[in-house]
Design a protein around this ligand. Structure first.
Ligand code: GTP
Length: 675
């Protein structure tokens, strides 16, 4: 069955009322008309003990861990209270991502006063601003503000409000892979290394201490301790075991990540015939039909039974929302169903002939872009769904069709299937399909998508989904692959099997009755099996893998690319949270809040100025950030991060302000940890 990503702790206990998330103390109501949907939200009463959000200045109740208005975390991950697992169910729900995002639906952020203006002068290096090439290296920008603004004038293509840069010249990936890191970055490298060494060695020491104590707690026999030590040392060459830490510290021998040697079980067994896992994000403007498509595919491919489908149909009809029956297979919460929109990413699975597909059904509504980002960072490829209906496609182009395409590209996805849906509404018109293909195709090409497949569909009338269409009007001109065939034509993703474990946590499921905590997410690198020791960063706590689950089935090993649930034992559950990262105890991920970025500006209306307060998104973590120098950010709290050259997943960022994505970028340097 599909699983919802809640961006916070989740409870699997039966007595837990999943809809408590939306049960607020309310003192006023207000609604807003958005894409024809009447959305309602209520605001909580302000209580006496409050903390002020650094982004929107809203006074939040003390017990909230994230801003009630904009969702920015109050306490940095590193300072997560170790007692947070003792929260009542009610407390947890109030803090959940769903509640926060729901409440932020109607919040417009108050304007912040910019303290300093950025200066600008034309650049003379590789990042010279050219006609048609809107890539800017902001680090070199100086000069009066109007010149800064002029540098970011939007060029409209086909009257579309296209964001002013091109991914392919260069894309964030290309920035790093083409070695475009500036000499400025290089010249400070030694300082950086020193700083990050200090941080990581501190953490590594902590992990070693916890590793030892954890081993002692779990079993007192020397044989058991040896086993514990062996799991702790998985992948570390025998000569180096138990004596050293990554990045090093004085007096200890250093293990670099290239010293890591994966053990045999960590590598895929070529002989065993298993399908490659493909993490497929379904993105696109609100109402384009993403959940309906996901639900219908699951049904057609036998993942949602006839009986279940019948139940969804009945329930949807009884609420006067019959057309949403398939979407209900994914949109499970009462609030999502009532509003007819997806709020959290749903994770579901089906098999094609070539892939074990993990469907990441993303929300399309503008206000849930942060959730969409969290799902999209796990994607190997994407289906960009567009609504062919007159007016709807055009609205999507100005809305989230473009934003989602840009975000997904910035996370390194360069294979995309553009599914032109609702062809039934336009009489399966070839002209309309060609018009959409020409308009959007030009844009996608300019953003550096290498492979894009174009598939006309009607999800509602089951045309061209898993087999050739039966509709004569479509058959008369379309002879290409069905959507399922297009999925099978995608190139298999490359995986980091040879690197130490790295799994950003996107969701946490917690059973209070069993005292267990499960972290969900995609393994970006390395492998896990039951008994493996894992380090949870940023807390530096060690846990042991008790069991693994993929697609609701227990599995013995999870490898890079797999999207799994990892049940941990021997760990305080309060340290396991969305935004944290599971890593190899010998190779802790860096943890910092002072970063140098290289960004591509999307929104000229929101220039990035020194002193600007932004929302900083990285893998599944979100932090308030202040622009210190252009573009160097100080986050309110630290996050797990790697330079993009080391990890795509932990080095791709997006910057948002006032509900808009204003820039996409990569981490070029971890500057230092601030005490
Ligand atoms: N006519 C027609 N309607 C469709 C088709 N596919 C989906 N719809 C309708 O479009 C509406 C929105 O569908 P959803 O699946 O909720 O759209 P979505 O993209 O998941 O919406 P968000 O997740 O909120 O962005 C529903 O009423 C669907 O029945 C189609 O092929 N033809």
């Amino acid at each position: 069955m599909p699983r919802k990503v809640n961006y916070g702790l989740d409870y699997d206990d039966e007595d837990y009322d999943a809809y408590e998330d939306y049960d607020y103390d309310l003192d006023d109501d207000f609604g807003i008309e958005n894409n024809g949907k009447e959305l309602e939200l209520k605001r909580e009463t302000v209580k006496r003990d409050v903390w002020r959000c650094s982004i929107c200045t809203y006074d939040n109740e003390e017990n909230l861990t994230a801003c009630d208005i904009c969702g920015v975390l109050h306490n940095p991950l590193g300072r997560v209270g170790i007692n947070s697992d003792k929260k009542s169910v009610e407390g947890r729900c109030k803090d959940s991502g769903a509640s926060i995002m729901a409440k932020s639906l109607f919040a417009s952020l108050p304007r912040k006063i910019i303290q300093k203006a950025v200066l600008f002068h034309p650049q003379k290096d590789d990042f010279v601003i050219e006609e048609g090439n809107k890539f800017h290296r902001l680090g070199d920008i100086q000069g009066p503000i109007h010149e800064f603004q002029n540098a970011f004038i939007i060029h409209k293509i086909h009257n579309i409000n296209i964001a002013p840069f091109k991914f392919d010249v260069p894309s964030p990936d290309d920035v790093v892979s083409n070695g475009l890191r500036s000499s400025k970055v290089g010249s400070k490298a030694s300082v950086t290394d020193l700083e990050s060494s200090r941080i990581s060695s501190k953490v590594a020491k902590k992990s070693s201490a916890s590793a030892q104590s954890s081993a002692e707690w779990s079993d007192s026999s020397s044989v058991a301790q040896k086993d514990q030590q062996d799991t702790l040392n998985e992948g570390i060459p025998s000569g180096d075991r138990g004596v050293s830490y990554p990045h090093g510290s004085s007096g200890t021998k250093t293990i670099q990540s290239n010293d890591y040697k994966p053990e045999k079980w960590m590598l895929p067994d070529e002989g065993v015939d298993t399908l490659t896992q493909l993490n497929l994000a379904i993105v696109g403007h609100v109402d384009s039909g993403k959940s309906t498509l996901s639900g219908r595919l699951l049904h057609l491919l036998g993942r949602v039974s006839k009986k279940e489908m019948h139940k969804y149909e009945k329930e949807a009809k009884s609420q006067g929302k019959g057309s949403f029956a398939y979407a209900w297979a994914l949109d499970e919460s009462a609030e999502e169903r009532e509003r007819g929109i997806t709020m959290n990413v749903a994770v579901a699975y089906f098999d094609s002939s070539k892939y074990h597909v993990v469907v990441l059904d993303s929300p399309g509504h503008k206000d849930f872009v942060p959730n969409m980002i969290s799902g999209a960072t796990q994607a190997d490829a994407a289906i960009l769904l567009v609504d062919a209906s007159c007016g709807a496609f055009e609205a999507g182009i100005k809305g989230q069709t473009m934003e989602h395409a840009q975000l997904i590209r910035s996370f390194g996805v360069d294979q995309i299937i553009v599914a032109v849906n609702k062809m039934d509404v336009v009489e399966y018109s070839k002209d309309r399909f060609d018009e959409i293909k020409q308009t959007l195709g030009t844009f996608l090409q300019s953003r550096g998508f290498k492979n894009s497949y174009w598939v006309p569909l009607s999800v509602m009338e089951n045309q061209n989904l898993v087999s050739a269409p039966s509709e004569a009007r479509l058959l008369s001109w379309y002879h290409g692959p069905s959507l399922l065939d297009a999925i099978d034509s995608l190139q298999p993703p490359t995986r980091d099997f040879q690197k130490p474990l790295l799994m950003p946590i996107c969701d946490v499921i917690r059973s209070t009755s069993l005292g267990q905590v499960s972290a969900c997410g995609k393994l970006e690198a390395g492998a896990l099996r039951s008994g493996s020791k894992v380090l949870v960063m940023p807390s530096g706590e060690l846990g042991t893998v008790r069991s693994l689950e993929r697609d609701s089935q227990a599995c013995s090993i999870a490898r890079a690319g797999d999207n799994v649930g990892v049940t941990l034992q021997g760990i305080d559950g309060g340290h396991v949270m969305a935004g944290a990262v599971l890593c190899h105890p010998g190779f802790p991920v860096a943890f910092a809040k002072h970063l140098e970025l290289k960004v591509l500006l999307l929104d000229v209306a929101t220039p990035i100025l020194i002193g600007s307060q932004l929302e900083f998104h990285i893998h599944h973590a979100k932090e308030a950030a202040r622009v210190r120098a252009v573009i160097e950010v100080i986050l309110q709290g630290p996050v797990c991060v790697e330079e993009f050259s080391k990890s795509r997943a932990l080095g791709s960022v997006s910057l948002r302000a006032s509900g808009n994505t204003v820039a996409l970028g990569v981490v070029t340097r971890i500057i230092k940890e601030l005490e």
